[in-house]
Design a protein around this ligand. Structure first.
Ligand code: NDP
Length: 279
């Protein structure tokens, strides 16, 4: 039976270290959070970020912009925050009004204030092994793997999902640790090869968003299984892996909820502290 790889205890340890680092900064770090329009979709995230920031001694500034804002106005607002020396990091809350292209406007955040670690300049630094600001979900996955004590060097790691926010940057971080990385995606599934790849994974990371995509009996005995997926089934939240069957075969498995999720906000705050140290 697998050991549970829970996010909260790992997050708590990192938060203790962050508190120490924040204590040695000259001033309290400031995170500016931009919300535009209807806030229902991002309300829970903002609340959780506010709470974490407060506990760590970070100032959280919430900027509510109106639903009708256009891209040029939003870019101007971001540029104002970029040039404000009192602000260390910027985050844009999703969803945005339909007239705003997130990919376009997020590139206007100064790379040194990119709290989400998604600016092309920061993603590019991962390729050169020089990143200190990392995309939050991939960074959370790396922390969970570290927690198992397993060395990634030469391990067969299979990542399912190749999105820009999870699978692609995560694959680069894993390569940096000399893992042998296989990245699976819709093409792999359509070619009927997903099971074959998953079966060889010593470490399996799944970030797709489809409940039961990964069958429990595909899991290699003794594998580490990190399930990033979030799927609502009625009033239940489940991941992408069949948990009950998978936990009988794996050595470590993340619960959903309670695995990757609790760590991502902590990674956001870690980026902010890194940003504050760099500025
Ligand atoms: P995306 O929809 O952007 O990406 C999903 C990926 O899965 C794509 O690469 C897609 O390929 C691939 N895919 C779709 N269907 C299949 C299939 N049948 N077999 C193999 N691959 C497939 O999602 P995200 O990366 O943003 O998120 C993935 C999941 O992780 C979601 O459930 C999301 O809610 C969750 N999540 C959880 C977080 C947390 O903190 N716990 C944070 C971020 C995400 P293609 O694009 O080619 O179709």
């Amino acid at each position: 039976m697998a050991r549970l790889l829970e996010g909260k205890p790992v997050a708590d340890k990192i938060k203790e270290e962050l508190k120490r680092q924040i204590g040695s900064l000259k001033k309290k770090p400031v995170l500016a959070s931009i919300q535009a329009g209807d806030n229902a979709g991002s309300a829970a995230y903002v609340k959780s970020q506010q709470k974490t920031a407060q506990n760590l001694g970070i100032e959280y500034q919430l900027h509510n912009l109106n639903q009708g804002i256009n891209e040029a106005e939003l870019i101007k607002f971001i540029q104002k925050l970029n040039s404000d020396n009192t602000i260390n990091g910027i985050i844009i809350q999703m969803p945005l009004p339909s007239q705003i292209d997130y990919k376009k406007i997020s590139q206007f955040i100064a790379p040194e204030k990119d709290a989400e670690g998604m600016h092309p300049a920061n993603i590019g630094k991962i390729v050169f092994g020089k990143a200190n600001i990392l995309p939050c979900t991939p960074a959370a996955v790396m922390e969970l793997i570290k927690e198992t004590g397993v060395d990634l060097y030469g391990k067969e790691v299979v990542v399912v999902g190749h999105s820009e926010i999870v699978g692609k940057p995560l694959s680069l971080l894993l390569l940096e640790k000399f893992a042998t990385v296989t990245v699976c995606h819709i093409g792999t599934s359509k070619a009927g090869k997903l099971e074959e790849h998953v079966r060889k994974a010593e470490i399996l990371i799944v970030a797709v968003g489809k409940a039961s995509l990964i069958k429990g009996d595909w899991i290699k005995e003794g594998a580490i299984v990190i399930d990033v997926g979030i799927n609502r089934l009625g009033d239940k939240i489940v991941g992408d892996v069949e948990f009950e069957a998978a936990e009988k075969r794996a050595a470590w498995i993340t619960p959903v909820p309670g695995g990757v999720g609790p760590l991502t906000v902590t990674m956001l705050m870690r980026n902010l502290v890194e940003a504050a140290k760099l500025q």
